[in-house]
Design a protein around this ligand. Structure first.
Ligand SMILES: Nc1ncnc2c1ncn2[C@@H]1O[C@H](COP(=O)(O)OP(=O)(O)OP(=O)(O)O)[C@@H](O)[C@H]1O
Length: 234
């Protein structure tokens, strides 16, 4: 299990995460939702060790370093110039001293031209290439920042099927998305983050409640903002 307890993080004195608790179990899919700027990416980056927490604890229950067990799909994958898709995958595997498998099957299923420069890929293809680099490494956990972003409908469906298959194989997956429908279709639990705090964690049985709660809170926020914007009656 991946455990996050009482995590706090601030940038330049501005709190971004406040006492966040989260548990990611093996063989489960956990969704993370929240408004733009709620702190989702920061939470994923803290979990993967890209940002040191200001306070709190993050650990894997076996005691092994999280980076050994988990792969991160960034929101916007970056690739060095003049490196082909295949070379990128090979580089990722060699950096972790893992054998390079035959990538032909993956290239066909994901429709990725692995011999072309990755920097020339479309946004969706870049996302798929970064995902492939994680898939071939057989991680125990996947941390996915907006994995559906940029994917067309058919790849979206393929990713849904792929994530379900990985869950069956025991992989623990934490993913963010603004596509609530995809998350409720897929996840075992969904955490709502608001202003850096866990508002509530919903098990699948309560997902119907989640949609109406989110609608309520959005409408309340927007109505309050509107009241401030509209001129007061003279
Ligand atoms: N490296 C950084 N330095 C300073 N501020 C940062 C940094 N990274 C994030 N922030 C700030 O932290 C807050 C949360 O950002 P974060 O990217 O985690 O939100 P998010 O929930 O992922 O948003 P979105 O849905 O738009 O992707 C924002 O106010 C952002 O400007």
């Amino acid at each position: 299990m991946l455990e996050i307890r009482s995590l706090q993080k601030a940038f330049a004195g501005q709190p971004v995460l406040r006492h966040v608790d989260l548990t990611i179990q093996s063989g489960t899919l956990h969704g993370l939702v929240g408004a733009n700027g709620a702190g989702k990416t920061t939470l994923l980056h803290c979990l993967y060790g890209l940002h040191p927490p200001d306070a709190g604890r993050i650990w894997e229950t076996s005691g092994r370093p999280i980076r050994e067990l988990a792969g991160l799909l960034p929101y916007e994958p970056y690739f060095y110039p003049r490196i082909t898709g295949r070379e990128y995958i090979e580089f990722c595997l060699q950096a972790r001293h893992r054998p390079v498998p035959d990538l032909g099957g993956w290239s066909e299923v994901l429709e990725l031209p692995l011999n072309r420069y990755a920097e020339d890929y479309s946004a969706g293809m870049k996302k798929k290439l970064a995902l492939l680099a994680l898939l071939v490494q057989n991680f125990r956990y996947l941390i996915l920042d907006e994995p559906f972003n940029g994917l067309d409908l058919s790849n979206n469906l393929l990713l849904l099927a792929l994530l379900r298959r990985l869950r069956e194989q025991g992989v623990g997956i934490l993913l963010t998305s603004h596509l609530l429908g995809s998350l409720t279709e897929l996840c075992d639990d969904i955490t709502v983050l608001a202003d850096g705090q866990v508002l509530r964690q919903y098990p699948a049985a309560e997902f119907a409640q989640l949609s109406s709660d989110l609608l309520d809170s959005l409408h309340q926020q927007k109505l309050a903002a509107l009241a401030g914007l509209l001129p007061q009656p003279g």
